[in-house]
Write a protein that binds this ligand. Structure first.
Ligand code: ZN
Ligand code: ZN
Length: 347
């Protein structure tokens, strides 16, 4: 039985799935972000400004897709100071670009940055207020509303949010978890969360992992504090079209990368499962690993200053899932999603 997991015959488009502009608390306009990211080889940005859904279809053309999206947050009500509060942030990416539902809206609360000055904001004035509640039940309701209303829902930056296993282990139903939040890493947090992601998988959540920038651009692009271009997701699609990109998101046809503001991460050129083995081909790498939920991990390492560009691994057939990581000489990484063996066998 053969299953193509990353297809060498289709193109993988570079995407930043978490981005802030002057619409909320970012420093660049959406036009500047499109220009600067395209100059770095990106084809897709999800403009996830806080709390207000602004349509960006005017930015989409044959070489760029603007994903219509927004980020919602809910924080502990009682805590001595803002920094001590646990908070939960979720991004909502519309699967259909015509979708114009602004979920969990409140006419007075949760409004960040310049949202109120945008015309789309006025559209929602008068809609019934939604009270967000920081609890597993309240957060799961926000996730459920997103899924039911046609959004791809991502759970963001748990480290920055001061959330840990006791909190996120109770969240369910989201499509993806941020495994890398580059702006948090630049600021000093260690938001590179393979372990947390795998804990979510082990609880039975069939979630994807993404890497994002969550950029606000308070520093220039050539400053080491630049929070752009470090966390990105490579999305496979036959063509660069809105609906094909969101279909690939839902189906998990992507892998994610962590480089930095100047350097690309390694590339995964193909990944194929066949009869109990996985075959991976990559750009120049120092190390390629496979991990399972069982006590079974394997790696192929470069020797004597050489690089590796492929590996073949036996899959532990008793495992529930496996995933691969590619690390290059500078330590930059590419992460695959987890693949569940039951899914592979059933297709
Ligand atoms: Zn956030
Ligand atoms: Zn954000």
């Amino acid at each position: 039985m053969k299953k193509i997991l990353i297809d060498e015959n289709i193109k993988y488009y570079r995407a930043n799935l978490h981005c802030h502009s002057t619409i909320s608390d970012g420093k660049k306009t959406v036009e500047e972000l499109k220009r600067d990211y395209m100059a770095r080889g990106y084809s897709i940005i999800a403009f996830t400004d806080h709390d207000i859904y602004v349509n960006h279809d005017n930015l989409t053309d044959e070489s760029f897709v603007a994903l219509n999206s927004y980020e919602l947050d809910v924080s502990e009500a009682e805590a001595p100071e803002r920094e001590a509060k646990k908070t939960c942030h979720l991004c909502y990416i519309a699967l259909d670009k015509e979708n114009d539902i602004s979920l969990c809206f409140n006419n007075e609360k949760y409004i960040w940055g310049n949202a109120e000055s945008f015309k789309d904001f006025q559209h929602y004035i008068g809609t019934p207020d939604y009270e967000r509640v920081y609890s597993a039940e309240g957060i799961n309701d926000m996730i459920r509303l997103g899924i039911e209303n046609g959004f791809y829902v991502t759970y963001n930056h748990p480290i920055w949010s001061c959330e840990s296993f006791p909190q996120f282990s109770e969240y369910s139903g989201m499509n993806a978890m941020e495994i890398v939040n580059y702006s948090s890493i630049v600021s000093g947090w260690d938001d590179d969360n393979s372990h947390f992601y795998e804990e979510m998988l082990n609880l039975g959540n069939s979630v994807h992992c993404i890497a994002t920038d969550d950029n606000h651009n308070r520093h220039d692009d050539d400053n080491p504090m630049c929070d752009s271009y470090g966390g990105y997701t490579m999305i496979g699609a036959e063509k660069l079209e809105y609906s094909l990109i969101t279909k690939s998101l839902v189906e998990g046809n992507f892998y994610c990368c962590v480089g930095d503001y100047k350097n690309d991460a390694p590339e995964i050129k193909s990944l194929v499962y066949e009869d109990g083995k996985v075959y991976i081909r990559t750009s120049d790498a120092r190390k390629i690993t496979i991990k399972h939920n069982t006590r079974c991990a394997r790696s192929r390492n470069a020797e004597n200053g050489k690089t590796v560009n492929d590996a073949v691994f036996e899959v532990d057939e008793n495992a529930k899932w496996f995933r691969l990581t590619v690390i290059d000489e500078k330590g930059y990484k590419a992460y695959t999603n987890a693949y569940f063996l039951d899914d592979i066998r059933s297709k």
